[in-house]
Design a binder for this molecule. Sequence first.
Ligand code: FES
Ligand code: FES
Length: 161
Amino acid sequence: MTKVTMTVNGKSVSGDVAGNTLLVEFLRSDLHLTGTHVGCDTSQCGACVVHVNGAAVKSCTMFAAEAEGAEVATIEGQANADGSLNTIQQAFQDYHGLQCGFCTPGMVMSAAALLKDNPKPSEQEVRAYLQGNICRCTGYHNIVRAIMAASGQEVPAVAAE
Ligand code: FES
Ligand code: FES
């Protein structure tokens, strides 16, 4: 076992982890931050996306020990200080960007990373960025609309089915 220390959502945390403990396992099992989901075993679904030192990372692809000393942000740290939904979360609610919600934490974290690097993305850029996030419910249209709204841009019309 190795002692690992990192900052998660602004708080310093530490724990003893095996060399093969994944960051997502440490977050969920040791820290009980279960908003970060596991939807696959193949690094494809993006339900586990968190931020590590400001970059979006699939936390099932990283060992906890690799996050030693890192600044980690999870969905639990995204709300405003008063507990209200942040701009992206509110947009997901306003534009019905979720159904079952399983993919939503990863979608919100990916959207936050996108808008940090590209505050005014085109619809095509949003769609391209979300290629690493799989949603089995929504058809993506309302997720894209929510992210466009969160960026303060015109919201695309609902696509014809
Ligand atoms: S659980 Fe990490 S990509 Fe699916
Ligand atoms: S809302 Fe169900 S998987 Fe995306």
